[in-house]
Design a binder for this molecule. Structure first.
Ligand SMILES: O=C(O)C1=C[C@@H](OP(=O)(O)O)[C@@H](O)[C@H](O)C1
Ligand SMILES: C=C(OP(=O)(O)O)C(=O)O
Length: 432
C-alpha cells in the first residue's frame, strides 16, 4: 500500500498505541511465569511475533478477551524445544529475546525472520551464549539469522559490547533469572539505548524478578521464578507519539494536537517533548493527566544526541527539515542497525523532498532554513518509522507526497493513518 498525502492542517485529540517495548517484555515475562495477564497490550506485527515465540516454547497466548488483554499460559521457566522454526518476521526485539530463551532449552531452536531481520547483527549475543557454554550459530556464519541456538545454559559471566544493541542485555537478563547461577553481563563499551534496559528492569521487577545495574554492566541472580497476580498494564508508546507530536508542531495550527496516554514511564523516547521544546515548539505535558499538547510553531534547528533514543531519529530529521537553521543529530551510528539503515534512508528521502542533508557515519545534519519541502514520491524502505516520519513531512511539503510501502506501520502503530486522517490530514491509501 502507498499513501498519498496533501499539504494539510491537523488538530484535535489522538491516542498513541501502547508501548511496543513494554508489550514484548510483558508477554515474554508472562511466558517465563506459570501464567499471567497483560492488559492494554500493543497488538501489532512485531508483538504477534513475540506471542508466537512464547507459544513455540510451550506457552499459550489467549486473545479471546479481545485486544484489551492477553491471558498468557507460561512455560514456567523451562522453555521446550519448538516443534518448528521460529519466524520472528521483522522484529529485532523478538529475535534477541527468543535467542537467549532458546539457549535455556536442552535441544536446538532455529530462528529466522524477514530479509531485513536476517541482515541485522546478532553476533555479540551468539558469542554471549557461547561464553555461557551454550550453542549459538549463524547458519551463514556471518553473525546474522538464520540462527541455531540451544545447549541448556545454566548461567555465568559474559562480556559483550554495549554499542550494537541493548536488546542483548535485555535478553540475557530475562533468561538469566531462571538459570541456576544467574548471569553477570560485563559491558566492553558504553551502552547505547540504555533506557530500554531500564524498561526491562521495570518489567522484571513487576514480575518479581531482581536484577541490578553493576559497576561494569548488569547482574541477574539465578533461581528466580517469574510471577504476577494482577494483569500487567502497558503504558503508551512515546516513539509512536513522536509522529503525532511532530505533526502538531509542523501542521497543528493554533489549536494544536493533544496526545493522550502519555503517562511518565522509563521510555527514553519521552525525550521528544524536550527536543520539541528546545526547537521552540509550544508544547506542554500534563504528566498527571497523561496528555501532551503541541501547537504549530516556528522551529529552529538544534543539536540532539540520540545515543539513548535511536528510534527518534526519523522524527527529529523531519522536524529539522522544517526548522530554520541546522539540526545536527549526533551519536547515531547504531541507528544504522535497525529495520533499515535509518541514517542513510532519511538522508535519501528528505533530499527527494527538497531538504539539504549531510550524512556522516554517526551524524546526520539537516540544513533547514530556506529548504521548503516539496511533495515527491518517497520510499518507505519497508520500515515503519521511516514511513511514519515521511508522512509527517508530507503534511507540510507543497503539493502531494506519496509514501511507498505504507502498510509497514503495522509493525508498531497499526492504526497510524486512521489516527492521522481523524486529525484532519488529507490522505488517500492506494493498493499497489
Ligand atoms: O529493547 C527494545 O524494546 C528496543 C531497543 C532499541 O534497540 P537497540 O537496543 O538495538 O538500539 C530500539 O531501537 C528498539 O526499537 C526497541
Ligand atoms: C528497531 C525497532 O525495533 P526492533 O529492534 O524490535 O526491530 C523499532 O521499532 O524501531
Amino acid at each position: 500500500m502507498d499513501v498519498e498525502l496533501t499539504r494539510s492542517r491537523v488538530g484535535g485529540r489522538a491516542r498513541a498505541p501502547p508501548s511496543k517495548s513494554y508489550t514484548h517484555r510483558a508477554i515474554l515475562a508472562a511466558g517465563y511465569s506459570d501464567g499471567a495477564a497483560v492488559a492494554d497490550p500493543l497488538v501489532s506485527a512485531d508483538t504477534r511475533a513475540t506471542m508466537r515465540t512464547v507459544e513455540a516454547f510451550g506457552g499459550r497466548v489467549d486473545r479471546a478477551t479481545g485486544d484489551r488483554r492477553l491471558d498468557v499460559e507460561g512455560f514456567d521457566g523451562r522453555p521446550g524445544v519448538p516443534e518448528d522454526v521460529i519466524d520472528c518476521a521483522n522484529s529485532g526485539t523478538t529475535m534477541r529475546l527468543a535467542t537467549a530463551c532458546a539457549a535455556l532449552a536442552d535441544g536446538l531452536t532455529v530462528l529466522t525472520g524477514d530479509g531485513s531481520l536476517r541482515s541485522r547483527p546478532q553476533g555479540p549475543l551468539l558469542d554471549a551464549v557461547e561464553q555461557l557454554d551454550g550453542r549459538a550459530e549463524s547458519t551463514r556464519d556471518n553473525g546474522q539469522a538464520p540462527l541455531v541456538v540451544g545447549g541448556g545454559v545454566d548461567g555465568g559471566t559474559v562480556s559483550i559490547p554495549g554499542d550494537v544493541s541493548s536488546q542483548y542485555v535485555t535478553a540475557l537478563l530475562m533468561a538469566g533469572a531462571v538459570t541456576e547461577a544467574g548471569i553477570t553481563i560485563d559491558l566492553e563499551t558504553e551502552l547505547k539505548s540504555a533506557p530500554y534496559v531500564d524498561i526491562t528492569l521495570e518489567v522484571l521487577a513487576a514480575f518479581g524478578i531482581e536484577a541490578t545495574e553493576t559497576a561494569d554492566g548488569y547482574r541477574v541472580p539465578g533461581g528466580q521464578a517469574y510471577g504476577r497476580d494482577a494483569a500487567y498494564a502497558v503504558p503508551g508508546d512515546f516513539s509512536s507519539m513522536s509522529y503525532l507530536l511532530a505533526a502538531g508542531a509542523v501542521a497543528g495550527g493554533d489549536d494544536g494536537v493533544v496526545v493522550e496516554g502519555a503517562r511518565p514511564s522509563a521510555q527514553g523516547d519521552s525525550a521528544i517533548v524536550d527536543v520539541l521544546e528546545r526547537m521552540g515548539a509550544d508544547v506542554t505535558w500534563d504528566r498527571e493527566a497523561g496528555e501532551i499538547t503541541v501547537r504549530e510553531s516556528d522551529l529552529s534547528g538544534v543539536e540532539v544526541a540520540v545515543g539513548d533514543t535511536p528510534d527518534l531519529l526519523p522524527t527529529i530529521a523531519v522536524l529539522g527539515a522544517v526548522a530554520d537553521g541546522e539540526t545536527r543529530i549526533v551519536d547515531c551510528e547504531h541507528v544504522r542497525y535497525k529495520e533499515t539503515d535509518r541514517v542513510s534512508a532519511m538522508a535519501t528521502e528528505l533530499e527527494k523532498l527538497g531538504a539539504a542533508v549531510t550524512e556522516e557515519h554517526d551524524v546526520l545534519t539537516v540544513h533547514g532554513g530556506d529548504s521548503r519541502l516539496r511533495g515527491a514520491t518517497v520510499a518507505g524502505h519497508d520500515d515503519h518509522r521511516i514511513v511514519m516520519a515521511l508522512s509527517v513531512a508530507g503534511l507540510v511539503a507543497g503539493g502531494t507526497t506519496t509514501v511507498e510501502g505504507a502498510d509497514h506501520v503495522d509493525i508498531s502503530f497499526p492504526g497510524f493513518f486512521d489516527v492521522l486522517y481523524d486529525l484532519g490530514a488529507e490522505l488517500e491509501e492506494h493498493e499497489r
